[in-house]
Design a protein around this ligand. Structure first.
Ligand code: UDP
Length: 234
């Protein structure tokens, strides 16, 4: 599949058109950003590693009946995906407290949530992706009620599936972010799932194997991402 015109460049990925109007190529870069892009850097090989990890996870979710944009892994940094209209809402699920939830509620990192927390954020870089609720979504017509029902149903199912998937690899899924898109009138899972978008702690040691190593300058980022890749490749 030949890369066509560049359609969009984001912080970690670029989208290219293909000869098929329903398909695009998602290209993974090594660029990393955190704290609403106030912190910027690059992590050697991150794009290659995240493309592989995301491929494994999307293949797994697809095999479990979750509708996704994933078509196939094309090359080191390229994945073929369905062309969707991205819903302007990021969906976050939290199983333990970390990151912005600790800041929001003044609770300690690692606190187990009695039940998973599902949050929505408005996808607006200029506003720092603010936390919003369902009323904001309907009032701004970011998505319909039916779409949000589907998004919540898929997100909770994905949390169950991925929590078990990672637990078998001795990793605890602390939290993660999903993005959904519209494709031929249906909601499907889009974007990527990788240590850039999930928090993963090694069971037993609590070692962080995710983007917190970049956010907080913990070092050995590439090694941590490779560790996740080698486990999901088992
Ligand atoms: N997350 C993401 N993209 C974002 C914001 C968050 O992938 O734009 C992920 C993040 O990696 C973590 C989860 O969503 O796994 C919850 O992030 P949090 O709100 O705690 O973000 P922080 O404030 O720590 O960046």
């Amino acid at each position: 599949m030949e890369k066509g015109q560049k359609l969009y460049e984001g912080k970690a990925k670029i989208l290219y058109a293909t000869a098929d109007p329903d398909l695009v190529i998602q290209y993974f870069k090594d660029d990393a950003t955190a704290f609403n892009a106030k912190k910027k850097g690059t992590v050697d090989q991150k794009g290659v590693i995240n493309n592989k990890i995301s491929t494994k996870i999307f293949e797994f979710l697809k095999s479990q009946g979750i509708p996704t944009h994933f078509e196939k892994h094309l090359s080191d940094r390229e994945m073929l995906v369905k062309r969707v209209e991205i819903v302007a809402v990021e969906v976050i699920i939290r199983n333990r407290a970390a990151g912005s939830l600790c800041r929001l509620l003044g609770i300690e990192e690692g606190r187990k949530m009695v039940s998973p927390i599902l949050e929505f954020c408005y996808k607006r870089d200029d506003l720092g992706d603010p936390l919003i609720n369902e009323d904001h979504i309907y009032a701004l017509e970011l998505a319909t009620r039916e779409e949000i029902e589907d998004i919540k149903k898929y997100t909770l199912k994905i949390n169950e599936l991925m929590s078990k998937f990672f637990a078998k690899l001795n990793l605890e899924l602390i939290d993660f972010k999903l993005e959904f898109g519209r494709y031929k009138g249906k909601i499907i899972l889009a974007d990527e799932i990788s240590p850039d978008t999930c928090r993963l702690w090694e069971i037993g040691t609590g070692k962080k194997l995710d983007k917190d190593r970049f956010r907080h300058d913990l070092g050995n980022i590439e090694e941590a991402y490779n560790e996740v890749l080698s486990r999901v490749s088992q």
